[in-house]
Design a protein around this ligand. Structure first.
Ligand code: NOJ
Ligand code: CA
Length: 725
């Protein structure tokens, strides 16, 4: 969007230290180290445009901002600029859990105070924050006499990209994000492309040019961009619709049942719109901008919030070995064959035993409550009550058994998207959980939303997800949400929000065409930008023909890549998703899942390229051990890394879990090799990844005794060497 002439109406002092008004009337705001610059202009027609530079290059061309209200009926596009505020923040804060133990929040802020010129008198502010790795901005409707309750018809935000960038996208959709990613230039975006819409139960795509965020892009000259949002609360999610004639994205808010976008009351604010930019892909992955734009924790006492690993009566349901349904019926196309009920007291005890033996914190059980016999697919009102177990699931006995073994039970609440029903039951259900010793719940929203006509990503549901976080927090319950809106960093504000799905998880590999080998390398740059994902890694039995010779489905990775995912995909809640018996057959490889941490003091993205590979190393919270994960797409790759993240004064036992030389995701996915070496910060390690493969490494420091012994041996060797000479 090219501007014509600037309005002469821009009036502000040129004395602010973060910005200067130059002679032609621009407002420039530079990030703390100067790598990002925001430029605002107030056009001759009184519209407001913003532009973003990265290291002197245009990252986002002049793009318009504005709001269209339905009630009152007014377009907020042309403004008087009545004031400008600036400030700067440089602070450090500590997340309750995370990829790093402390986070620097360092930005320059600009607030534009605007008044509508069309006669409504409505005041609007646009707040910009300029970081070294990008910008965030939000609309704020202050308390005012010209506006009280109002309805948003559309948000008129634009993101004008500088060219036909390569993009990693999924179709815009009001209800699901469980798609495989499409990699194409912006020009080739087409959300109607049939193949990726399979197996989606609630699909509502609305425009062939629409995509979802986080949207990842790369320009021909090597700049990386990520567009998303932060602090999505009391507002619908934002999709983006591209105008291919000039590569401009326009915001498209998810509507409600009657086509409105948001119901607000002043003072009110939109979520932050975020543009992360860098010339290094690794810096996109390590950006903390989205977290920094969220509010600090609203939960005061957080000692009950515990990062953890879980196993569960779960994968056996997805592979069709057992059923959620007490009567043994199966979901969807598999309905004809009956299989045993999975959530029996005896079966759950086996999982508890395995967890206790292997240091796994929790056991998730799905299909424990009545309703599964009649839950699927028909927009039914009252299916589940969340407190009535099937007769073969003894809640009390399992509570005692789990407690005696030091294992926590994890609750499952599938709502079948009958959300009004869930809201009626929430208090009762959480009290029931606490009564029987459950501190964490996995929620689920499969199907079309009730209230009918609402969408998973609309304002009504966004408010519901927040109510769940607030209510569970009041009961000291942690949450893992499946089928929610995509995350936007809210885990800073509600740290009991451990993880969510909101993308195409590993489960698709059990019963569909699955996730292509590049999937997890793209997820890092897209879905994971908003927060931790319950991807459910750790599948060791890769081919589903193991369960049923007729099945052609398979996981599209090697076994070692499944291990590496525990590091490349950060989550404070990680599932060891496969069956205990499949782990028992490979306890040497399972050792990595036992050892790997889920909460970290530090994280280093060593190398990465969206759609190709990701290599990440992380230091366990409060410990000296490090873990490394490397994953590749369908191509074999070799890397040589220097583990210079290690403490320079220590030696480490490194255990390398790598693809066997003959391994590949399709024909030989389970072949692996485990090697043990002594590692030192300056000693190179070579990584060899099979097609669709990965590599996982644990670095455990030498004990004091081992170090002593090692030093003595080294001294002895030196002495002998000297003698010889
Ligand atoms: C879909 C979820 O993603 C999956 O994890 C769960 O097992 C089923 N819904 C049943 O609730
Ligand atoms: Ca799902």
């Amino acid at each position: 969007m090219w501007f014509k002439k600037m309005s002469l109406a821009i009036v502000f002092a040129a004395t602010f230290f973060v910005l200067k008004a130059n002679a032609s009337g621009f407002i420039d705001v530079r990030s703390p180290n100067g790598s990002v610059m925001l430029t605002i202009i107030h056009e001759e027609d009184f519209s407001i445009l913003y532009k973003v530079f990265y290291k002197g290059k245009t990252a986002v061309e002049y793009s318009r901002l504005g709001m269209k209200l339905k009630t009152p009926d007014v377009s907020l596009t042309n403004f008087d600029l009545t004031g400008v505020d600036t400030s700067a923040v440089d602070e450090t804060w500590k997340p309750v859990w995370g990829e790093v133990s402390s986070i620097r929040n360092n930005y320059k802020q600009l607030v534009l105070k605007l008044t509508d010129r069309s006669g409504s008198g409505i005041q609007l502010q646009i707040i910009f924050r300029v970081f070294d790795d990008g910008i965030g901005f939000r609309y704020l409707f202050p308390l005012q006499s010209s506006l009280n309750h109002f309805i948003i018809a559309d948000e008129l935000t634009e993101f004008d990209m500088t060219g036909d960038h390569k993009a990693f996208w999924i179709p815009g959709d009001y209800d699901t994000n469980e798609y495989s990613y499409y990699t194409s230039n912006l020009n080739a975006i087409d959300a109607t492309g049939g193949s990726f819409a399979q197996e989606i139960h609630a699909k509502t795509y609305f425009d062939k040019n629409a995509v979802q965020t986080p949207l990842m892009m790369k320009s021909a000259d090597g700049l990386y961009f990520n567009i998303h949002e932060a602090a999505l609360l009391n507002y619908p999610a934002m999709d983006l619709v591209i105008d291919k004639s000039n590569f401009t994205f326009r915001s498209h808010l998810v509507p409600d049942a009657v086509g409105n976008k948001a119901y607000l009351q002043a003072p009110a604010k939109s979520p932050w719109r975020t543009i992360i930019v860098s010339d290094k892909a690794t810096e996109i992955l390590s950006s903390k901008m989205i977290l920094n734009l969220n509010d600090p924790s609203k939960i005061g006492e957080t000692s009950w919030i515990k990062p953890q690993k879980m196993i569960g009566v779960w994968w056996e349901l997805h592979v069709g070995k057992a059923s959620w349904d007490y009567s043994g019926g199966q979901v969807g196309s598999q309905q004809a064959t009956k299989v045993p009920h999975g959530a029996t007291t005896a079966n759950v005890k086996k999982y508890i035993d395995f967890a206790a033996k292997n240091g796994i914190d929790g056991v998730l059980v799905e299909g424990w409550n009545t309703g599964w016999e009649d839950w699927f697919g028909q927009w039914k009102e009252d299916v589940f009550d969340f407190v009535t177990p099937y007769p073969d699931f003894d809640v009390k006995e399992l509570q005692q058994y789990a407690a005696s073994k030091g294992v926590k039970m994890i609750m499952h609440h599938e709502t079948s998207a009958s959300v009004t029903n869930y809201e009626r039951w929430m208090d009762t259900a959480y009290r029931f959980m606490k009564q029987f010793g459950y501190d964490a719940v996995k929620t689920g929203y499969v199907g079309r939303i009730i209230p009918r006509g609402e969408h998973h990503d609309g304002q009504w549901m966004v408010k519901h997800y927040e109510r769940v976080l607030q209510k569970t927090a009041s009961y000291k319950i942690m949450v893992d949400a499946h089928e929610p809106v995509r995350p936007t960093g809210l885990h800073r504000t509600y740290p009991n929000f451990l993880a969510c799905e909101a993308a195409r998880g590993n489960e698709f590999n059990a019963w569909s065409v699955g996730n292509p080998p590049d999937h997890e390398t793209i997820l890092a740059f897209t879905r994971l930008m908003g927060g931790p994902m319950d991807y459910t890694p750790g599948i060791f039995k890769i081919k589903m023909s193991y369960y049923n010779p007729d099945k052609k489905e398979q996981v599209h990775t090697t076994l070692c890549k499944q291990l590496a995912l525990y590091v490349t995909m950060f989550s404070p809640l990680q599932m060891a998703a496969d069956l205990p018996e499949n782990y028992e057959a490979h306890m040497d490889a399972f050792q990595f899942i036992k050892d790997v941490a889920v909460d970290w003091d530090d994280s280093k993205v060593i190398d990465a390229e969206p759609g190709d590979y990701v290599i990440t190393a992380r230091k366990a919270k409060g410990k000296e051990s490090w873990f490394l994960g490397a994953i590749t797409d369908e191509n074999a790759r070799k890397f040589t890394i220097t583990p210079d993240f290690l403490d320079k004064n220590r030696w480490y036992h490194a255990t390398i879990y790598r693809d066997a030389d003959s391994a590949d995701w399709k024909n030989n996915p389970e072949a692996y090799v485990i090697e043990k070496i002594s590692a030192y910060y300056s000693r190179e390690i070579s990584l060899k990844l099979a097609p669709g493969g990965g590599c996982a490494i644990s670095f455990i420091p030498f004990t004091a005794e081992e170090t002593e012994k090692f030093k003595k041996e080294a001294a002895k060797l030196l002495k002998e060497k000297k003698k010889k000479n």
